[in-house]
Design a protein around this ligand. Structure first.
Ligand code: NCD
Ligand code: ZN
Ligand code: ZN
Length: 355
């Protein structure tokens, strides 16, 4: 007899999981899709696709056309399902948001404070400007996905998430207590504590790079631009809090890679872009983190169950298998006309996705 436990049997050599989804992903557009879509589609059944294109995705029509371009870039036979988002601007209309949500194509709205990160110039200037949209979202049960950093120049870059939580997010959650919120790519102990203390309609995604690294990897001995992302890597005590949260089995914390491709020349620059590309090995790297933490049995909940549960979508029924067989990440990929340097470029990765 095969019990569910036996089906998900854990050994250190092989691990079978319900197929995971990526709840925070940047695919970009145009020729870049030929690289990004196959990488993600090889591991994840679905992904929440971020809307920070140029220009940003601010209507159902734009989201639907973008979705079609993504579908066209899928490898043949792939059933990868891109879940679309709208970019919240000061002028996004509540009716557009509701129509988009009801279409089934758009799952959520993304909140970028203006100027916080890559392609965020059209983001929200003041919370008050978007309250009518947020009130409508609370009413219809549509999730708000938040890049949680203040942008004030006088606030230290390492404190921007904490100050965002204290000055904007806590008041928002008090004012709209039923609003479904995902605090994206959390990086601090403060974010973990905030989400733990909040009701069940507040959750968070955690990237694999914030689980693997701290600011020493970015800055000690040399500046390493391929470790530069936003929110920026924090000190190791925060990294430890994130590992504890991800491996806790608490359904408020789930997988979101924030894989964010930039051309090599845009990263290795005197004004380098923020973003780390992990899509080509994400689930394998998460497996390394969970194994190191002695928590491989918690990976499936984090990677495959808690995300769909939060979004009110069905869990995937097909499986993936990870094998403990090391392989080497290519030193680069092509990204449109440019070169893309993935995380772990040219280095070995302990787990391998079985084909
Ligand atoms: C992301 C990107 O490049 O689009 N960059 C990043 O450092 N995380 C934007 C974002 O998610 O903030
Ligand atoms: Zn972000
Ligand atoms: Zn992102």
């Amino acid at each position: 007899m095969n019990s569910p436990d036996q089906a998900n049997e854990l050994t250190r050599q092989s691990l079978t999981l319900d197929q995971p989804d990526d709840w925070h992903l940047h695919l970009r557009d145009g020729d870049a899709l030929a690289t990004t879509v196959p990488h993600t589609a090889a591991q994840f059944a679905r992904a929440i696709v971020m809307p920070n294109l140029k220009p940003p995705v601010t209507s159902l029509q734009a989201a639907s056309e973008y979705r079609d371009r993504i579908l066209s870039a899928r490898p043949s036979g792939s059933e990868f399902d891109p879940l679309m988002t709208l970019y919240l601007t000061d002028s996004l209309a509540p009716n557009e948001v509701e129509t988009a949500f009801n279409s089934g194509i758009v799952q959520a709205v993304k909140y970028y404070p203006a100027g916080a990160t890559t392609n965020s110039d059209s983001g929200v200037s003041h919370m008050s400007a978007v309250m009518p949209v947020l009130e409508r979202m609370a009413k219809i049960g549509m999730p708000l996905l938040i890049h949680g950093e203040v942008t004030d120049h006088e606030i230290d870059i390492f404190d921007r998430e904490k100050v965002f939580i204290e000055t904007l997010l806590e008041p928002l959650c008090r004012e709209l207590p039923t609003l479904r919120v995902v605090l994206e790519h959390i990086t601090t102990r403060y974010a973990v504590e905030f989400v733990n203390a909040a009701p069940a309609n507040v959750a968070a995604t955690i990237t694999v790079h914030h689980l693997l690294f701290n600011r020493n990897h970015l800055l000690a001995g040399a500046v390493r631009p391929h470790y530069y992302c936003l929110p920026i890597l924090k000190r190791s005590s925060h990294q430890e809090a994130l590992i504890a949260a991800a491996t806790s089995g608490n359904p408020k914390f789930f997988l979101g890679t924030d894989s964010a491709p930039h051309a090599r020349h845009a990263k290795e620059s005197d004004c380098g872009c923020a973003g780390i590309y992990t899509a080509a090995s994400a689930i394998e790297l998460y497996a390394e983190v969970f194994e190191d933490a002695g928590a491989l049995d918690k990976l499936e909940g984090f990677a495959s169950h808690y995300g769909p549960d939060f979004y009110g979508l069905p869990r995937n029924t097909n499986k993936i298998t990870l094998e403990k067989k090391s392989w080497q990440m290519p030193s680069s990929f092509t990204l449109a006309q440019d070169e893309l340097i993935p995380l772990r470029a040219g280095e070995s990765i302990a787990w391998r996705l079985a084909k």
